[in-house]
Design a protein around this ligand. Structure first.
Ligand SMILES: NC(=O)c1ccc[n+]([C@@H]2O[C@H](COP(=O)([O-])OP(=O)(O)OC[C@H]3O[C@@H](n4cnc5c(N)ncnc54)[C@H](OP(=O)(O)O)[C@@H]3O)[C@@H](O)[C@H]2O)c1
Length: 371
């Protein structure tokens, strides 16, 4: 064998071994780390933590140290939190690739939950934007707890008075994702026609309303039992996917926002206008290849077609929360709440969300505490 081929074959062998070693190490689930202790003089609070990757049974409802504010932080007494698919992805460390961020073997951050609404209980010495007693909502790691530390320039905004804590907590990730996928990635304009696949879930119920608020003609896709709910949220047309396939409707959309990923890219492009846009928000669950397929296919196909196909990753922005608060204040955005659980029942809330049958949002309501 020529030296050149020996070098290439050696490099390919090395690459294969490196990929196998990486795959093995990121899929390895190690034993639980020690529970976070509460040091002698510190105040404690109830919280839900994840010391090791696993199903909802791996979550623990325990006493942890109550956070103290830094100079630029506020401490929020959490009145309600919301569960999102992100929470069960962190809980399971799945897809495995995310463990490069969330921790190899076990979670590097044991706190759980992001979306919250509550009342400011303490403010740091430099904080002027918020005062004790303000009702707020937003997103911050560790929301499945009685108290939460949030930087004053983070994803936090004043809660409109006409909105309950449960309704405000529901907004966070789901409504921000809906807003950014329609307005930023989808560049939706008034008068355009948008299709929302997965219109009855957490993101979808907000996407239908925000698309209407942006002046679009909205078509939603959901199962039979949710058709009336999606219509009541403002959809101009609803596809019941149990009985009809939107990709065979003969319609042409300016924008498709896809939360489900159950139709091929070819089928979706068939109902996109020649210069239309498609934003991939969610897709199939799985530890390895399945969740990666829609974004990878989009990245491969996109440069060769006139239609714009992109994958989005939502970012929690304070400005966007303020815009969503204004929509809630004037009644153009409401939260559709399916079920409420207590903080101690967070594992059950995530168990339910993992069925992917939630109708709107699932809430952890602190007033239903069972301590
Ligand atoms: N990219 C990002 O930054 C980002 C942010 C947030 C969420 N996500 C992803 O977006 C997806 C949706 O999140 P979510 O919070 O809305 O989840 P969710 O609340 O669990 O949504 C579940 C919804 O999916 C619907 N659904 C299931 N199969 C369907 C089908 N074949 N056709 C149409 N709808 C179907 C269900 O409706 P029926 O009961 O009516 O079937 C259910 O209402 C998830 O994959 C999540 O990981 C991504």
């Amino acid at each position: 064998m020529k030296l050149r081929y020996k070098i290439i074959s050696g490099m390919l062998t090395f690459l294969t071994l490196a990929i196998v070693a990486l795959a093995f190490s990121i899929s390895y689930t190690s034993d639980c780390g020690p529970p976070p202790g509460v040091s002698g003089a510190a105040e404690s609070m109830k919280a839900v933590v994840s010391r090791c990757y696993g199903g909802p049974e791996a979550l623990e409802y325990i006493d942890v140290e109550k956070p103290k504010p830094g100079p630029n932080d506020v401490i929020v007494e959490v009145k309600a939190a919301a569960v999102n698919p992100l929470d069960y992805h962190y809980m399971r460390g799945s897809p495995y690739l995310m463990r490069l961020v969330s921790g190899i073997g076990k979670p590097s951050d044991q706190r759980m939950g992001v979306d919250f609404a509550g009342v400011i209980a303490e403010v740091g010495s430099n904080v002027s934007k918020f005062a004790v007693g303000d009702a707020v909502f937003g997103g911050r790691s560790g929301a499945f707890a009685r108290f939460l530390q949030v930087p004053d320039d983070g994803a936090i905004a004043v809660k409109p008075e006409n909105v309950s804590f449960d309704e405000a907590a529901a907004v966070g990730i789901a409504a921000i994702t809906a807003l950014q996928s329609l307005r930023d990635d989808g560049k939706l304009k008034a008068g355009e026609k948008v299709l929302i696949n997965g219109a009855s879930g957490g993101v979808g119920t907000y996407a239908v309303q925000i698309a209407k608020a942006l002046g679009a003609e909205v078509h939603g896709v959901c199962s039979t039992r949710n058709v009336e709910m999606v219509r009541a949220l403002g959809a101009d047309h609803v596809f019941d996917y149990k009985n009809e396939n939107y990709t065979e409707s003969g319609n042409e959309y300016d924008l498709i926002v896809d939360m489900v990923g159950n139709q091929s890219l070819t089928a979706n492009r068939r109902v996109l206008k020649p210069q239309g846009r498609m934003v991939i928000v969610g897709g199939p669950k799985g530890n390895w290849v399945a969740p990666l397929m829609p974004p990878v296919k989009a990245a491969i196909v996109s440069p060769f077609v006139d239609q714009e196909i992109s994958t989005m990753l939502a970012e929690m922005e304070g400005d966007d929360l303020e815009y969503l608060a204004s929509l809630m204040a004037d009644g153009r955005l409401t939260s559709r709440i399916d079920r409420r659980y207590s903080l101690a029942e967070t594992a059950d809330a995530l168990r339910y969300l993992e069925t992917q049958r939630a109708r709107g949002k699932v809430i952890i309501a602190m007033d239903s505490m069972t301590e």
